[in-house]
Structure formats: C-alpha cells, structure tokens
Design a protein around this ligand. Structure first.
Ligand SMILES: *[C@@H]1O[C@H](CO)[C@@H](O)[C@H](O)[C@H]1NC(C)=O
Ligand SMILES: *[C@@H]1O[C@H](CO)[C@@H](O)[C@H](O)[C@H]1NC(C)=O
Length: 198
C-alpha cells in the first residue's frame, strides 16, 4: 500500500512542490527557462499547436532543471538489492541472500562529484559526462528495475514547466521549509501566488 501511494502520489507532488521552492529562490533559473520555452513557442508555425515530441527533446536547460531537482530531492531514500553471492565491503562479508540498501542520497549529494551538493545549480549538468551521471545519479533506480514511470515523470515535469513559465509569473508568499521523516515533508507547505502573463 505504501509503495502504491508513494509511487503514484507522493513522488510527483513532492517533486513539483520542491520545483516551486527552487525556482522561487533562483530567479535566474526561471529567466533561462523562459528564454528556452519562449523560443520554442516563437518557432512554431501555428501558434496554437500543442507541444510536440521534437520540442520536448529540444528542452536542454529544462532537463538540467529537472535533473537538478531530482538530484537534490532524493525522493526515494534508497534502493534495495539482494546479494546473489558473498561479497566484501571494507573487511565485512555480506552473505549471499542478504538484502542490501543502496543509499542514493550518498552518491547524489557527494561533494566530489557534485560540487556544493546542496546548492541548486542546474548549470552543473553542462559539465557532467554520461558515465559519471549513470554511476552517481539514480533518481529512478537503475538497471532492468528502473522505475517504470521514469520517462513519463520527466515528460510531465517538463510539460508543467513549459506551461508555467510561458503562461504564468509566480512569487513565493511563504513557506518552503523542508524536512525528512525519511520522506520529504513541507511543514506549512509552500504558498505561491500566480499571475497570468499577457
Ligand atoms: C539528465 O539525467 C539523465 C540520466 O537520468 C541523463 O541521461 C541526461 O543526460 C541528463 N540531462 C542533462 C541535460 O544533463
Ligand atoms: C498559454 O497562453 C497562450 C497565449 O495566451 C494560450 O493560447 C494557451 O492556451 C495558454 N495555455 C495554457 C495551457 O493555459
């Protein structure tokens, strides 16, 4: 039951709430998102046409923002794997059959890979190569057991950002304090004021 609620409701709503927190604290990121998305809208032959797959694939900076949010948020506190054979870690033997918890926040917030790891900096993704990314960034797990909703969630977040920055301005009213229990929670939430853009 926990798994169903976590995967379907908690993960997406938490990520979106965090997105608002990070964006409202980093106006430069919102500006750059707006440049990217207004360029997409301007390029359209028919201004009323909907977002296309090609447009989605062209959202480079948006993908950096999504990755950076997922990296810091660490929605799942870790991943479980089963040891198939005995192996050694720092002199300890983990016997075959044991369940191992891989703590992804430890890699996603490792200062050797991600400088100033708790700073929200989407531009850092420009300098990361695919090998480093795949070994240190596992917001959806890895291998054949990667979350089935991985691509879908990124698409939803990017579409949300597209509509948000092209059609609305927003400012934080109050809130945005984050705690972990170990799931992320927001205390008093985060209050956002929206204004439609002309
Ligand atoms: C975002 O992360 C994925 C791995 O989940 C990676 O393949 C992709 O290159 C990253 N995107 C950017 C723009 O860095
Ligand atoms: C965004 O704004 C444009 C232009 O005003 C409008 O055509 C479009 O329907 C709006 N989209 C959404 C999802 O509100």
């Amino acid at each position: 039951m926990f798994g169903i609620l976590f995967a379907s409701f908690e993960s997406m709503s938490t990520t979106l709430t965090l997105t608002f927190k990070f964006l409202s604290e980093n106006p430069r990121v919102v500006e750059e998102l707006r440049v990217e998305h207004e360029a997409i809208v301007k390029k359209r032959e028919n201004p009323n046409s909907r977002l296309t797959w090609e447009e989605y694939r062209s959202m480079t900076f948006t993908q950096m923002v999504v990755n950076e949010t997922l990296r810091i948020s660490n929605i799942p506190p870790g991943l479980f794997r089963k040891a198939l054979k005995d192996f050694q870690v720092k002199g300890f033997t983990v016997p075959a059959g044991w369940t191992v918890m891989l703590v992804t926040p430890a890699t996603q917030l490792n200062p050797e890979t991600f400088k100033d790891p708790v700073t929200f900096n989407p531009w850092r993704w420009q300098d990361l190569d695919q090998v480093t990314i795949s070994k240190n960034f596992m917001p959806f797990g890895g291998g054949t057991r990667q979350c089935a909703g991985a691509e879908y969630s990124k698409l939803v977040l990017s579409t949300f950002l597209h509509i948000l920055v092209t059609n609305y301005s927003f400012t934080k009213v109050k809130g945005g304090d984050v705690s972990r229990t170990p799931i992320i929670s927001f205390g008093d939430g985060i209050h956002i004021k929206f204004t439609a853009r002309a």
